[in-house]
Every structure is written in C-alpha cells, then in structure tokens.
Design a binder for this molecule. Structure first.
Ligand code: NAP
Length: 331
C-alpha cells in the first residue's frame, strides 16, 4: 500500500527539471515576405530529439551508477483500435531507443474492467516498472476514471491520477508527474525562449488531458491565463489578447489569423485529417489553428505535424526516467 501523501520533496526534481530546461533556440525561420515577417517555426521534431537524447544519456548514467538498473514503462492496451496500436508501437520503440525497458499487456476489446484492473495492480507491484500508461480511449464498458485512479500515483507517467492533477492545481504543491502533451507545450515555449511569466495566455479547450493541465502549467509559470471552451461566446476576442495561445479544441483550423495578436506564440496541439487528393492517402494532417493564416501574424508557431506531436512521446520518456530516478532514490 502506498502512502497517500508523498514527502514534500518528492516532486521537487520534476519542478526543478521543468524550470531548469535551458532555453535553446530550435526555431527555423522561413523566407520572410517583404511586407511582414512570418512567424518563426518552432521545430518540435528537433526539440523532441534533444529531449530524447537527454533521456538516453541519463538512462545510460543511471545504469552505470546502479550497476544495471534502468527505468521501466508498462503500456496497457485494451481492444484493437488501429490508431491506439500505432501509438503503443511507437511508444515501445521510443523506449528501446532510450534504453528504457518496456513492458506491455494487450487485452481483447471484451476484457472486463476487473481484468484491466488486475493488470494495473500487477504493474503497480512490479519494482521494475516505474511508469504505467493505459492507452486511451478504452472500450465504453470500462470505467476510465476507475482504471486511471487505480494506477499507483507514483507510477502515473501520464499524470492523470487525481492526486497528481490535484497537486498541479494547488499552490505550493508539487505533482509527481505532469500530463505529457501539456508539459510538451511548455517545453517548446521554454526551450525556444518564449517568455511566459507576466504574459497573457489563452488556452482554447478545457479537456482533462490537454487544455486544463496546460492552463495550470502556464499559471504556475506566472502567466495570466484564460480558458475558452465551446460555451464561450466571444473566444475570438479573448484569444486576440493573448501573448501565448494554446489551441486544443479538436476543431480543424478553427483559430484564424484574425484571432492572433501580432507577435504572439501559437502552440497548436490539434491533429486533424484534412481531405487532400494530392496526398497518397487522400488527406493531410492539420492543426486546430489555421497555419497559413496564423503564421503570417504570430511571432512563433508550431507546425502540424512536427510541432507538439513529437513532444508527447519525448516527455513520456522523461516522465518515466523521473519516476525511476525517484524509485531508485537517486535524487
Ligand atoms: P477534447 O477532449 O475533444 O476537448 C476539446 C475541448 O475544446 C473541449 O474543452 C471543448 O469545449 C473545446 N471546444 C470545442 N469546440 C470549441 C469551440 N468552438 N471554441 C472553443 N473551445 C471549443 O480534445 P483534447 O483531447 O483536449 O484534444 C484537443 C486536440 O488536441 C485534438 O485535436 C486532439 O486530436 C489533439 N491532441 C493532440 C495530442 C498530441 O500529442 N499532439 C495529444 C492529445 C490531443 P467543451 O469542454 O465545452 O466541450
């Protein structure tokens, strides 16, 4: 049984590592027009590669220091959704490349909730596993909240456990883990050198997975944060005030250039398939912001693909490493 309250210092390494991320310019500047400067494109692929290399080096150092111990990540997949299978495969491959041991359990789509819970409990008890990730969405007959709540919060690499989210939302408290995609958004801003403290940030979307934790992270870094959602009557007007916009509404290209304050940083979390007969599969991926328009007004922008997407897995590896570092008492 794990204690409900971890010692105050437990999350300190996460906090310091988040703050310690050295601002490093990983931006590529497209050809400028003669009339106005286009946004600097934040290269998420390159920044994610940096993070993954840092993790790989830290894992190698851990192995050396502990006489062979490495971090372990367990991924639980229920059902046979093709997109989920692809995500799980790429997570396992990324683990291998970083030297992280990967564990996995694939359950059929008709597995019972008790069966899923039994797998989670087994990984909770396994000392070689430092991170447990249940791939979402799960089939409808399984209570997602119950399963996510059953993950030991000290192994909650996705950061969705109520205790970790609760601590994220409280002043003076430190979560053990922060959700990967929102943490990836912050890393992109920090490593690009975009100032956050004292700035006005607007998050478009309030999901538990992206919008809400992204807003909490920005607030913890002293931005003044507004969240807009589907019931906000004047999103456009509010977004136009923002120095930093996080677009996470799941609506293809909804955030237009006219919504953006000149020079603002636009972090586009969206992944949508847009019909494009010129492409082999008949579509291409676009974000929740209209890249063509926004890139002409913004100061910084993430492309889709190649922006936030690659960061999610990189941060998952970083979270797993931090879980193992705590478990082995190395910090
Ligand atoms: P979600 O659960 O569908 O949440 C969407 C949010 O956007 C909701 O809070 C919704 O408001 C809000 N919204 C919907 N229509 C809106 C409108 N017209 N104006 C303002 N807000 C509106 O989506 P999600 O899981 O947060 O994901 C958001 C996007 O990120 C999606 O495109 C998804 O594919 C992508 N994503 C990418 C990654 C990655 O690794 N890059 C990871 C996760 C998600 P209500 O709360 O009022 O319904």
């Amino acid at each position: 049984m794990h204690a409900m309250h971890a010692p105050a210092l437990r999350g300190a390494s996460l906090a310091s590592s988040l703050k310690a991320s050295a601002p490093r310019a990983r931006v590529s500047r497209p050809v400028r027009s003669t009339i106005r400067a286009d946004a600097q494109v934040i290269d998420g692929k390159a920044i994610a590669a940096d993070v993954r290399e840092e993790v790989r080096l830290a894992v190698a150092a851990m192995k050396e220091k502990t006489g062979g111990k490495v971090p372990g990540l367990a991924v639980v997949l229920v059902g046979d959704r093709k997109d989920s299978e692809t995500y799980v495969r790429s997570k396992k491959k990324a683990c291998e490349e970083a030297g992280i041991q990967s564990f996995g359990t694939d359950l059929p789509g008709d597995a019972t909730e008790d069966e899923v819970l039994a797998v989670v409990q087994a990984y909770n008890a396994d000392p070689d596993v430092h991170g447990i990730l249940v791939q979402l969405p799960m089939p409808d007959h399984i209570d997602e909240e119950r399963v996510l709540g059953a993950i030991d919060y000290e192994k909650d690499v996705d950061g969705f456990h109520p205790l970790n989210i609760g601590r994220l939302s409280q002043r003076g408290r430190e979560p053990l883990f922060v959700p990967c995609t929102p943490r990836g958004c912050i890393e992109l801003l920090e490593r690009t050198g975009v100032p956050i403290a004292g700035k006005e940030a607007v998050v478009v979307g309030r999901s538990n997975v992206v919008g809400t934790p992204a807003a909490l992270l920005l607030q913890r870094r002293d931005a003044t944060v507004t969240i807009v959602h589907s019931k906000t009557p004047n999103s456009e007007e509010i977004v136009r005030r923002a120095d930093i916009v996080i677009a996470a509404c799941g609506r293809m290209e909804m955030v237009k250039g006219s919504w953006i304050k000149p020079g603002a940083a636009v972090i586009d979390v969206g992944i949508n398939a847009k019909d494009d007969p010129s492409k082999k599969h008949g579509y291409r991926l676009v974000g929740d912001a209209d890249y063509e328009e926004c890139s002409k007004v913004a100061g910084y922008i993430t492309p889709v693909p190649g922006g936030v997407g690659p960061m999610t897995i990189a941060i998952l590896l970083q979270n797993t490493l931090e879980g193992a570092t705590r478990a082995y008492g190395l910090k």
